[in-house]
Design a protein around this ligand. Sequence first.
Ligand code: ZN
Length: 173
Amino acid sequence: MSAARSDQVNAIELAGRSATLERELGLTHFPRLVEAGALDGTSVRAVLAFGRFDGRPTVDLKVEGSVLLTCQRCMRSCECRIDDAVRLAIVADGDDPVPGGYEAAVGDAERLSLAELIEEQVLLGMPLVPMHEDQAGCGKAAPTSAAIEVVSTAEKKQRPFENLRELLDKGER
Ligand SMILES: [Zn+2]
């Protein structure tokens, strides 16, 4: 699976020069997110700051963005915000010890897939049971038409005054 990824970097080389990379990725880069039910419109931005600790390459990873999932209450799509930061130590084996404060990321440091690293973090940050945060908005019409409804109601509220003026004008005649 890793071999198919075209976004591999050499974490050891990047750590050697304390490089920081930024990536903005959509669903095409995240096959596991698709499997988990992520829908079109999903977009994640990540900042990866490479470093070294105890001889191991490390990555300070920040991910933010939105994952569109199916709301389990109304079955419409709902947006789940992702905003996470984690300190990763790249290890070849999951049993390898990692320095305190770091979490292990198992992978080949010389051919590290950024998308896989980011995808893993997004999966961890996703709600187990996605639902609209705003209960009132759950199951209702799409936000755009709701907004239009509000505008037209406001217009109607102004109309009685116009009508009143018309009536008064007529009364004067
Ligand atoms: Zn809902």
